[in-house]
Design a protein. Structure first.
Length: 521
């Protein structure tokens, strides 16, 4: 019996030693180990991960690290996972730590099933390197040093500015006391102010959204206007710049011409004061005689119609009766024409881009609303250029400075309460035509075409006639302004002009002449 027990004990000991050898060698009992799948991943630094370390999938122990090797500067980690634990193509590998100073393990986030299952032997492409404990300690050390430096700096500032800080604290204390006293003394006023501020805030809350919406609409409209008229604005700014530059050079000359024109007109009225008075007295006398004659003729005609007196008996002839009636009607119509005729007189000055100016005296007679006659005397500072040819073939280019005459007949047409005017005749001592359009009573668009032979520039060839277009604005009677473009058909001569003037009506003239002591009808 003893020998048999010894043999049994020896067998158990040997068997136990064999199992212990297998466990120490392979880590697990090979025939008890569950089936697994092998995968690969790569890291720059595994931070102390060792062969045989745990592999945890979503925090659950599911395998172990099988091999760790260095391949082309990267750490290749071969690990196995139990066959029942699925890994997907978007899985992520990282290094985990069991506690602050514990063992390292390989952590796998399994990923999403939508990306597809990762085949056995595949590579977990995504991996996250983590800082090891030494690196963390170094960073913490640097942070602690920075805090020490900051604390030292604050202490130095407090030491150097101790007195200033003390004064500042005292000032703050005084300010607090003052504010408290103000609050106590003006408590009611502050309450009223706060209530008013609350009312204002409520009103702003109600009205501000509408105001902001209106401002946004206005900004949108302005942006749209600017975008649509960007080119026009640029041209307008260029024209104003050019005009300002031209005004700087020509304004003195223009002012001089206007002064001269005013002096000439004053001189003309002063020299012909008696003549003007006599003409007006004569016109008054003639008008009164015409009125009396008309009354007498009407009386005679009445007597003739009734057959009274020698004349009534004498003029029984129908033909003579009709002749006398016709003469009476003609005289009556002449009186009506004189009464309806409107007279306009005035003057204006114009300055032109690049230099030059004009002074114009205007006189307009309008017998009725359908037509009028216009006479203008024009003084041009640029003068008129012309050629003279002599018998020997020589040609001389000369410039003369003398007034130019404009005499035009104008016809008015009315369509849809808008007035259109066609003009024709002389324009600055040359044949010309014109067109006017009145969209509003105080606004006029005008266009003039003249100088068809272009005698004003004999050195230039193939020049087209002068075309002037623009806009006239009546500001406040009798003041008006006009501006536009001159010589628009010739690119090299095209320029901008601006003018201003006075245009007096019948009532204005009666007032002015009445001031001279001339009796008016």
């Amino acid at each position: 019996m003893g020998g048999r027990e010894v043999k049994l004990g020896a067998f158990v000991i040997i068997t136990s030693l064999a199992f212990a050898f297998l466990i120490l060698t392979f880590g697990d009992i090979p025939f008890l180990k569950p089936p697994s799948k092998e995968y690969v991943t790569y890291f720059k630094n595994v931070g102390g991960l060792s062969k045989g370390a745990e592999v945890r999938v979503a925090g659950i122990r599911a395998g172990k690290v099988k091999d760790i090797t260095l391949v082309e500067g990267k750490v290749k980690v071969v690990f196995e996972v139990e066959e029942g634990v699925p890994l997907y193509k978007d899985s992520v590998a990282s290094i985990g730590t069991l506690g602050l100073m514990g063992d390292k393990y390989l952590s796998i986030e399994p990923g999403s099933s939508k990306s597809g299952v990762l085949k056995e032997g595949g590579t977990v492409v995504s991996s996250r390197d983590i800082a090891d404990t030494d690196t963390l300690i170094k960073e913490l050390t640097r942070t602690a040093q920075s805090f020490r430096d900051l604390t030292y700096l604050i202490n130095q500032i407090l030491k150097e500015n101790r007195e200033s800080l003390h004064i500042a604290i005292q000032s703050l204390e005084k300010l607090t006391n003052t504010l408290n006293r103000i609050t106590e003394e003006n408590g009611e006023g502050l309450s009223i102010t706060l209530r008013q501020l609350q009312q204002l805030t409520e009103e702003l809350n109600r009205s501000l959204p509408r105001t902001v919406a209106s401002m946004e609409r206005l900004a949108t409209m302005l942006n749209s206007m600017v975008e649509e008229n960007r080119g026009n604005f640029r041209v307008l700014v260029d024209n104003l710049t050019t005009l300002t530059s031209g005004l700087k050079d020509t304004l003195p000359e223009f002012t001089y011409n206007m002064n001269e024109l005013a002096k000439n007109i004053s001189f003309m009225f002063a020299e012909n004061r008696d003549n003007v008075r006599n003409v007006l007295v004569n016109l008054n006398y003639i008008t009164e005689n015409l009125r009396r004659s008309s009354e007498k003729i009407d009386m005679i005609v009445s007597k003739v119609e009734r057959g009274e007196g020698n004349i009534g008996r004498f003029v029984q002839d129908d033909k003579l009766y009709h002749d006398i009636s016709k003469a009476a009607r003609l005289l009556g119509q002449a009186g009506e024409v004189i009464d309806k005729t409107n007279i306009h007189a005035g003057f204006r000055g114009e300055i032109y881009e690049g230099g030059g100016s004009k002074g114009i005296f205007s006189f307009v007679v309008q017998p009725d609303k359908d037509k009028y006659y216009m006479v203008e005397l024009v003084g041009d500072s640029r003068g008129r250029v012309y050629k003279e040819e002599y018998i020997n073939g020589d040609v001389s280019v000369k410039k003369e400075f003398k007034p130019e005459l404009t005499m035009q007949y104008a016809r008015n047409f009315f369509f849809f309460d808008k007035a259109f005017t066609l003009r024709g005749g002389l324009k600055e001592s040359s044949g010309g035509i014109g067109f006017d359009f009145y969209p509003f009573p105080s606004v006029k668009f005008f266009a003039d075409l003249w100088e068809f032979g272009r005698r004003d520039r004999p050195d230039d060839r193939d020049l087209k006639p002068i075309l002037q277009v623009g806009l006239s604005l009546k500001l406040k009677s009798p003041v008006y302004v006009r501006f536009g473009g001159d010589d628009m058909l010739n690119d090299s001569l095209r320029r901008f002009f601006f003018g201003a003037g006075l245009l007096f009506t019948d009532n204005d003239l009666k007032y002015l002449i009445g001031g001279l002591g001339v009796p008016m009808p």
